[in-house]
Write a protein that binds this ligand. Structure first.
Ligand code: MG
Length: 345
């Protein structure tokens, strides 16, 4: 894929699990939600894998170890080994190991996933600024992370010790609402110190590099539910992406997306891995409309218009072409409410 501005979803004559050798799958909102597998995930992944596609799971969550993530997936009916899981803790540990002497001490503001990843790179996790750390690393620590650990980070950073963060996701959506994520914890230290961390997680290149190094993917497909992490990470890594609508992104956000947030393909759920993707046609000259399946989409003065009938996802693909074309290098500001309501999206 080139970095030119994408103005419509691409078509694929072959199933995506045949066209790509490795799926780099986000977890929350793609494979599971709130501890349960998302509809069609288990069967679709089993079929993709038996057809020869490598499945790798790529998560910004630095708290859980790859072993723990693999165990959870296996319990859900998706047989997974620890080697199939790539975390932002691993990505940041590699980043640190490239900058500090072998065996160096690293002050950890985070959980077990981070400590295991540091040891894997030959680094020694410590808990106090008095332990003479060569780096400070911050990852999601869960509800039991003591407040005093933030103070240790600030003491070390104030002395000039370089600061790293596994990821900067501000929030963690859960069953009871929105909780602060590692990005919010990073802001605590940033406000107190005035410093800036080096960050590894999606959508930044270190995470993508870690994923490619660990999977050996030749023709990877990023599969995600979030535009500003999964899809932007694919854009930054110059690889193709599939957005599924089982997570945090809705149709209106997709239509308003700026270029770095536009996926190569869009589908309802992971069944999209197994099928080809219909082509969007038309729109070349004048305002004849963009067609997909039985739908035709056009950009009006104030809103996106949709005519026809058929599968909802085809209508959404046609709307993407109309919105992304008119939006160009910015996002499309046209009202999409009526058109999406027709699709039940
Ligand atoms: Mg997600």
């Amino acid at each position: 894929m080139s970095r030119s501005v994408r103005t419509r979803p691409e078509g694929s004559g072959r199933g995506l699990s045949e066209a790509y050798d490795t799926a780099l799958l986000d977890l929350d909102g793609v494979v599971y939600a709130g501890g349960n597998a998302i509809a069609h995930a288990v069967d679709s992944l089993a079929t993709a894998r038996s057809g020869g596609m490598r499945l790798a799971y790529v998560t910004n969550n630095a708290l859980r170890t790859p072993d723990a993530v693999a165990e959870h997936l296996t319990e859900l009916g998706i047989p997974t080994g620890a080697d199939d899981v790539i975390t932002s803790a691993q990505a940041v540990a590699r980043l640190i190991a490239e900058q500090v002497p072998s065996g160096a001490r690293v002050l950890v503001i985070g959980g077990e996933g981070l400590r295991v990843a540091l040891r894997e790179r030959g680094l020694e996790p410590v808990e106090s600024a008095e332990d003479d750390p060569a780096a400070v690393v911050q990852g999601f620590g869960g509800p039991e992370l003591p407040w005093g650990r933030f103070a240790e980070a600030c003491y070390a950073i104030a002395r000039g010790v370089p600061w790293y963060a596994s990821n900067t996701d501000l929030t963690i959506p859960g069953a009871r609402g929105i909780a602060p994520g590692n990005g919010a914890a990073v802001e605590v230290v940033r406000i107190a110190t005035g410093a800036d961390p080096r960050v590894a997680g999606k959508p930044l290149p270190p995470m993508h590099r870690e994923t490619i190094l660990r999977t050996g993917a030749q023709r990877p497909l990023v599969v995600g539910d979030r535009l500003d992490t999964d899809i932007e990470g694919a854009f930054n890594g110059e690889v193709d992406s599939l957005l599924v609508l089982t997570g945090v992104t809705d149709g209106a956000q997709l239509l308003a997306a700026p270029p770095q947030h536009r996926p190569t393909y869009v589908d309802a759920d992971l069944r999209g891995l197994l099928t080809g993707q219909p082509e969007v046609t038309g729109g070349a000259e004048g305002n004849g409309g963009f067609r997909c399946g039985g739908w035709t989409a056009t950009a009006g003065e104030e809103r996106l218009e949709l005519e026809g009938e058929g599968a909802a996802l085809d209508g959404l693909r046609a709307l993407c072409a109309a919105a992304w074309t008119v939006g160009g290098e910015a996002g499309c500001g046209l009202d999409s409410g009526k058109a999406l309501a027709r699709l039940g999206l």
